[in-house]
Design a protein around this ligand. Structure first.
Ligand code: ADP
Length: 307
């Protein structure tokens, strides 16, 4: 029996200006999974620890994603999946994406890599469709490819891995409140003005350029969202105060992570990122809400084998 244990990373999607197209991969926050190939064909989720999630293959994103892969594989294969959840579901840091991306990556590895990365992204997107009703790639792409990724197009799927400047560090606060992805999507108006669009695509271009040229000031100027953040941030307690505190401590930018409620701040250097974490902690302690804070370098590799 072939078996592998992996680290399936958390991810921050959107990155302010890149709704549904930009994302990046974290290094110190993520799930663990054990995937085994077995002689009994079919997919089974044999164990889940750390979260109350369905073992039913059709209701768990990991099962759905692996089934999508096996439908495109011409031999009979059996797969057993164990999930050790550390990323809370509905946190906005890619809990479902970690499971879908981790599962397909590990199965592909155990089968001696018959599928290319862009095919794995498409299979993992089937898991995302189960989780949120929308087959988005902005979390599964950075989990699978590592670093920063851009979905240039969904049809056909065209995902580009961007450059990761060495000194970028992410601070994330996860307030333990529920923001349903469906609610977070329903507050977004379907139309944008030309003026907003011009600002937004200017920022996306600026951010991509800033990442490649390691221009931290340009990255900071480009971390601006004039379309989604003004509507979604009302669902997140203290959003404005957290953002102001992060920027005052020297963060390059701060915004909503995925569909929230998590908030991310990107900083240059670990020291600034830790100071930002402390400033955000002070803001949130006053609310009486429970929360987690993570500080992580950008993981330019993505999913990692740990055993
Ligand atoms: P996040 O942004 O943190 O990924 P989502 O709202 O996109 O959160 O996804 C969480 C949803 O996916 C929950 O409804 C959860 O029950 C469902 N789900 C199914 N399987 C898994 C899994 N293996 N890991 C995480 N969430 C899962």
């Amino acid at each position: 029996m072939k078996r592998i244990k992996i680290f399936a990373p958390a991810t921050v999607a959107n990155l302010s200006c890149g709704f549904d197209v930009l994302g990046c991969c974290l290094d110190t926050v993520g799930d663990e999974m054990i995937i085994s190939l077995t002689s009994e064909s079919g997919v089974r989720i044999t164990k889940i620890e750390g979260a109350d999630l369905p073992l039913d293959t059709k209701k768990n994103v990991a099962g759905v994603a692996v089934e999508a892969l096996l439908e495109n594989y011409d031999k009979e294969v059996g797969v057993d999946i164990e999930i050790y959840k550390k990323i809370k579901a509905g946190s906005g840091i890619g809990s479902s994406a970690a499971s879908s991306a981790g599962a397909v990556w590990a199965v592909n590895y155990l089968l001696d890599n018959p599928f290319a990365p862009h095919q794995l992204i498409a299979f993992a997107m089937e898991g995302e469709k189960l989780a949120s009703g929308n087959a988005h790639a902005d979390n599964v792409a950075p989990a699978l490819l590592g670093g920063f990724t851009l979905v240039r197009s969904y049809a056909p799927l065209d995902v580009i891995k961007l450059h990761t400047p060495q000194d970028l560090v992410m601070t994330v606060i996860h307030p333990q409140i529920e923001v349903k992805t469906s609610d977070a999507r329903s507050v977004i108006k379907q139309n944008v003005t030309l003026k907003q669009a011009i600002q937004q695509w200017g920022n996306v271009g600026g951010l991509v350029s800033g990442l490649f040229t390691e221009d931290y000031d340009l990255i900071g100027r480009s971390l601006e969202d004039v379309i989604v953040e003004p509507m979604r941030s009302i669902l997140i307690p203290e959003f404005k105060n957290v953002k102001n505190a992060a920027i005052a401590q020297g963060a390059l930018g701060c915004g909503i992570s995925g569909s929230g409620p998590s908030i991310f701040a990107l900083s240059k250097g670990m020291e600034t990122a830790k100071n930002v974490a402390e400033a955000i902690r002070k803001v949130y302690t006053k609310t009486g809400l429970d929360f987690d804070i993570h500080v992580s370098k950008i993981n330019s590799k993505g999913i990692k084998i740990i055993d």
